[in-house]
Design a protein around this ligand. Structure first.
Ligand code: MLT
Length: 407
């Protein structure tokens, strides 16, 4: 008898963003004349930067001639891309990361989901609440949790992010082994200071723990006091793995390219307590299960690091940040407590309604799709997340509709 992985039966029936898409399509079927503005899932709407498109086309042409054609690439990514990432994202900021510590992939979602495979089943997890659901669900699938009881899985230490801690969780009281952090945060848009990050790094060093640091939104940071990478903190290279993406900075959500940084010094521990470097384990995993990102896509990603690519990415992220500013200002004017929207494309809004009621209200009265906060965890109840990823005109229109509906 073929049996299923029983841990899948503990999961909520569907993934948050699939649930929202289903609700929205039910609504549009019933109301075909109503125009909907989507500020829900954080999916970019603007075209790839011209620098990336030029490199993409050129690489496709290379694939068209036997002399320049590329077959399987290195599973960890081509050197031409890894060298640029190491130099421009890290070394220019004084961070000592080398190209061979970078693993190019098809997405931070996949990497943050897959990385847990290299850790033991019986580790103690610490996961923020609210949180990007992938961190939780992939650990449920792997059998690291008990049942879901009133929206929380048994066995996880939840790191609560609320107004009282400015949505930056406190260190856990109980000793934990694997800690997920994301800054600028999805969903709250909150950022962390270097001093706060240092406390987490010190904690991980002291407790022989490891931090998985999701920095997918770092390109939206404009404030010099906000760290772009956990590796800005001394000693983090022994206790942290960082995830980055080209999705939100250069608009690669449909093109797919990201990378994970695992310094060679980064360690976990064997059964006998001996430190073990994680770099060769991830290399082994990737070379067994992954066959790299396509050559043209890696060439397109490389173009992000050209001078014009850097300017164009700055232009794209500034465009979405202006949307974020408008959303935050309008929702604040309407009397809502907002966080994020500065150094972040997400605005986290506190209301009085149940968060799915708030979602339905905006959909039905304003034709605006947001994300209900409770979908990110219990602490997200009474919140919604509005994303700045849409055109300026649509954001202005959405805010007019919201003002009329709620004002
Ligand atoms: C989100 O809306 O939270 C993001 O789009 C999710 C993702 O990047 O996978």
């Amino acid at each position: 008898m073929i049996k299923i992985n029983k841990h899948y039966t503990k999961l909520e029936a569907s993934y948050l963003f699939s649930d929202i898409a289903r609700r929205v399509s039910e609504y549009t079927e019933k109301n075909p004349d109503k125009k909907i503005i989507r500020l829900g899932i954080g999916d970019v709407t603007r075209a790839l930067p011209p620098a990336c498109i030029g490199a993409f086309h050129k690489a496709v042409d290379e694939m068209a001639a036997d002399t320049t054609f590329q077959g399987y690439g290195p599973e960890q990514g081509y050197d031409f891309l890894r060298e640029k990432i190491a130099a421009i994202d890290f070394q220019t900021r004084g961070i000592n990361i080398s190209p061979d510590e970078i693993f190019v992939s098809d997405g931070a979602k996949c990497d943050t989901g897959n990385i847990q495979e290299i850790f033991s089943r019986d580790i103690q997890l610490a996961i923020p609440d609210p949180v990007y659901p992938v961190y939780v669900d992939t650990n449920v699938m792997a059998g690291r949790t008990g049942r879901n009881v009133e929206g929380r899985y048994e066995g996880i230490v939840y790191l609560e992010s609320t107004r009282s801690n400015d949505y930056v969780p406190d260190l856990p009281e109980k000793s934990v082994d694997l800690i997920y952090l994301c800054f600028p945060n999805n969903p709250t848009g909150a950022t962390v200071t270097r001093q706060q990050l240092r406390q987490w790094v010190d904690y991980a060093r002291e407790h022989k723990a490891l931090i998985l640091f999701d920095a997918a939104y770092e390109a939206f940071i404009r404030d010099n006091a906000v760290p772009h990478s956990i590796f800005e903190i001394e000693g983090a290279d022994e206790v942290a793995i960082e995830f980055r993406s080209f999705s939100k900075n250069a608009g690669f959500t449909g093109t797919r390219c990201a990378f994970t940084v695992i310094p060679k010094k980064c360690r976990a521990f064997a059964e006998n307590g001996e430190p073990v470097s994680l770099h060769p384990l991830w290399l082994r995993r990737q070379s067994t299960k992954f066959n790299a990102v396509s050559y043209p896509v890696q060439r397109a990603a490389e173009a992000v690091y050209s001078e014009e690519g850097q300017q164009q990415v700055q232009g794209l992220t500034s465009y979405y940040l202006e949307n974020a500013r408008l959303i935050r200002n309008k929702m604040s004017d309407l009397g809502y407590q907002c966080t994020g929207g500065v150094n972040s494309p997400y605005i986290w809004i506190k209301g009085d309604l149940d968060s799915w009621e708030f979602f339905d209200l905006l959909l039905e009265k304003a034709g605006v799709v947001c994300t209900p906060g409770s979908g990110f965890g219990r602490c997200g109840e009474h919140h919604i997340r509005i994303s700045a990823f849409n055109s300026y005109d649509n954001v202005v229109k959405a805010l007019e509709n919201i003002s009329q509906a709620l004002g």
